[in-house]
Design a protein around this ligand. Structure first.
Ligand SMILES: N[C@@H](CCC(=O)N[C@@H](CS)C(=O)NCC(=O)O)C(=O)O
Length: 150
């Protein structure tokens, strides 16, 4: 019998949310293993053996460990129900939104980054930085395209 998937994640992780939404939509069962990012559990030796980058989510599928939310989601893109529209343009806009979130927004306001900014400056600078990263991505692109992409 095939071993159940194991998902290492944290309840406040946006990368974890999209994986959990996908697995749930696909009706895929998994064992949930919490990694408390605020307590620094992502840097525990046992977890670093699973994901040396020290980030969640990490999906263990037998011998294979996938440590990126987009890769996990795409691995589950078949069979039905589809996660993306069949229309070419809508599909492209969906990829665009996914790419902007995963490379243009999330990394700029990741825990490690904002902790570094806070350490080098102050709390106000950190909030301004996060707001700017999120606002730019959402208003500059995601909201602009929301009617055409779905
Ligand atoms: N590209 C990765 C990014 C993973 C990532 O940065 N996860 C964040 C939580 S959303 C994390 O684990 N941060 C830990 C830290 O910054 O120490 C993905 O989409 O899965």
């Amino acid at each position: 019998m095939k071993e159940k998937l194991k998902l290492y994640s944290y309840w406040r992780s946006s990368c974890g949310h999209r994986v959990r939404i996908t697995l749930s939509l696909k009706g895929i069962e998994y064992e949930y293993i919490p990694v408390n990012l605020l307590k620094g559990e992502q840097f525990d030796l046992d977890f670093m053996k699973i994901n040396p980058m020290g980030t969640v989510p990490a999906l263990v599928d037998g011998e294979v460990v996938i440590t990126d939310s987009f890769a996990i989601i795409m691995m589950r893109s078949n069979p039905e129900p589809p996660l993306l529209p069949r229309d070419l343009h809508k599909r492209a806009l969906n990829y665009q939104v996914a790419s902007i979130i995963s490379s243009g927004i999330q990394p700029h306001q990741n825990l490690a980054v904002i902790r570094y900014i806070e350490e080098k400056t102050n709390g106000e600078e950190k909030i301004a930085w996060v707001n700017n990263a999120i606002r730019k991505g959402y208003t500059g692109n995601i909201i602009k395209n929301q009617e055409t992409c779905c």
